[in-house]
Design a protein around this ligand. Sequence first.
Ligand SMILES: [Ca+2]
Length: 204
Amino acid sequence: MATATINMLYCVSAATGIDSGVNTALSNLAPRLPLSELGTDASSAIQSAVQAVPGLLQAIDVARQDPDQLYVTSDTAAGVDHAIWPGNGTTQDTQAGQSHDAGLTLEFSDNMNISLWDYDSFSDDDLLGSVTILESEAGTGDVAKLASSVVEGSAYYVGSFRQLCGSVVGFRHVLYLGACNGKRGVVPTVVGFERAVDGGACRS
Ligand SMILES: [Ca+2]
């Protein structure tokens, strides 16, 4: 078993449907941002990555997206009824440039899917994108992974999850990340660090 902490859902682009300008620009986003190596907080690292894509912010601005009614599942089936975030059958309106502190700690073996969805009351919910977390990534530090959909024109960075020690190593870690809302209430800041409670550092 491994434990992953997901503490940020950053919306690069809410669903726009078929918008060629947005989709062309989204295809140039980095699929994986190694946050630990970038030496800055997660929000800044993601914002820099988004700004580095030529024309992306302008294309999103022109497309005038409605907010996504965001929820997250740990399987590939839609449905707020089994969402792991926000939970209790609810959704969270989310626009480009917004982020949420998901505060999720999840146990898994081998690999785990994380899917992001837009709730729709009159049709099937839209898959905004998904990422896969691998147990083999344990100990590789904070990352943000891109979940996107060409069909929806959506893109989210899911981070900074850490895959913690597996059962082979036998340690348990507690991670204190995020949870500190910024000035505008929607920008989480990485404030914490990890602390071993049963001893030993995580080994990659
Ligand atoms: Ca919707």
